[in-house]
Design a protein around this ligand. Structure first.
Ligand SMILES: C[S@@+](CC[C@H](N)C(=O)[O-])C[C@H]1O[C@@H](n2cnc3c(N)ncnc32)[C@H](O)[C@@H]1O
Length: 342
């Protein structure tokens, strides 16, 4: 939704409840009697989740549009997501923008041409619009896509000062994981040796190498196409001296790699299956992040107990647990950070 439209919607919400709505130096205010609410309003037209995270404080009431709905799960503050009924003359479907490609997750009762027109209006100059027709599935976690506009499927996504070349029809990639990648590189200490299992096109290895100061980063990935892009991304970002991409199955490759200070398992559908390998690669005092899909009612118990069980009980101390995103109405993608005891 464009910025002005979003501001108008928020204004309507407050004015209908008798608040006075006004622009302030650091955002907006809604005031009624003694109540004064600090509002921050972010449109996907000009903001990303990372930027929102940097700009808000605990005191803010945050509003975003539909395309930024992940903010609800990522931010600690309460976030309201406003849906657009009409944008210009057409509905804008929910979508993810990867470089110069827009990926529409689904079209519900919506004409394809109208959807494309609405997307182009808000993303001028993009190369393609892809409709996800089959959900991400299989070992390589790839969806089924159809071009609604343009014929390109390869693009370069910019994130955290890096360029990540991807083709979503050939490998998994989600720009929505950008916040989690930031957490990852912020948790890497100078001189750390880092292992990224399930590396895909190497967004985690590359953003870590560029934004932190590790001794080395090893990425392991099975999908040969993803490995080809991963190696290209290492070159594209000039991190050949720090990053090595190994093609193969983590079950076979990881046991030969030795121990690392930092181990990441960014594949929530596989991480628990290969937890023994991840644990084996985590040095004493090292930090392991386990991603997983869990029931929203009990998101962490299963991960915690599996980590303790596979590490011979109390081998790890849990440092942090968080919801990364919604996976389905009843399931959540979660992350658990655990430190191996010395
Ligand atoms: C959900 S994707 C994540 C990719 C990447 N980490 C990212 O965030 O873009 C999971 C990746 O794990 C890879 N994979 C699945 N099973 C694997 C295995 N046994 N060994 C190595 N890679 C595997 C898939 O090919 C896929 O690229």
């Amino acid at each position: 939704m464009n910025r002005e439209k979003l501001y108008e919607k928020v204004r309507e919400i407050f004015e209908s409840q008798g608040f006075r709505f006004r622009e302030a130096e650091d955002g907006f205010r809604a005031e009624k009697g003694e109540d004064s609410l600090k509002l921050k309003i972010f449109s996907s037209e000009n903001s990303g989740i990372e930027e929102i995270q940097e700009k808000i404080t605990d005191e803010d009431t945050v509003f975003v549009d539909e395309a930024l709905s992940d903010a609800e799960n990522v931010l600690d503050t309460d976030v309201s997501v406003l849906k657009s009924e009409k944008e210009g003359s057409y509905d804008v479907p929910s979508y993810e923008r990867i470089g110069d490609i827009v990926v529409v997750s689904e079209l519900v009762n919506q004409d394809e041409e109208e959807a494309v027109e609405a997307i182009l209006e808000h993303n001028p100059g993009i190369d393609s619009v892809l409709l996800k027709e089959d959900q991400v599935s299989g070992e390589f976690r790839i969806g089924g896509y159809r071009n609604l506009y343009g014929d390109k499927t390869e693009t370069v996504h910019r994130e955290h000062g890096c360029r990540i070349k991807v083709d979503p029809t050939e490998m998994f990639f989600s720009e929505r994981e950008g916040t989690e990648r930031k957490r990852a590189f912020e948790s890497v200490d100078e001189g750390d040796e880092v292992l990224v299992m399930f590396a895909g096109a190497a967004p985690f290895p590359v953003t870590i190498a560029v934004n932190a100061d590790p001794e080395r980063v090893v990425g392991v990935e099975k999908n040969p196409e993803a490995v080809r892009y991963a190696r290209e991304n290492v070159e594209l970002n000039d991190v050949e001296d720090e990053v090595e991409i190994i093609q193969g199955d983590v079950a076979e490759v990881c046991p030969e790699l030795g121990e690392f200070d930092r181990v990441l398992t960014p594949s929530p559908t596989h991480a628990l299956q290969f937890l023994e390998e991840a644990i084996e690669c985590t040095a004493a005092g090292g930090l392991l992040t386990v991603y997983s899909i869990q029931e929203k009612e009990s998101p962490y118990e299963n991960v915690e107990s599996t980590v303790q069980e596979k590490s011979g009980d109390s081998g790890f101390e849990i440092l942090d647990e968080r919801i990364v995103s919604d996976f389905s109405p009843s399931k959540r993608k979660v992350a658990v950070d655990a430190r191996r005891k010395t």
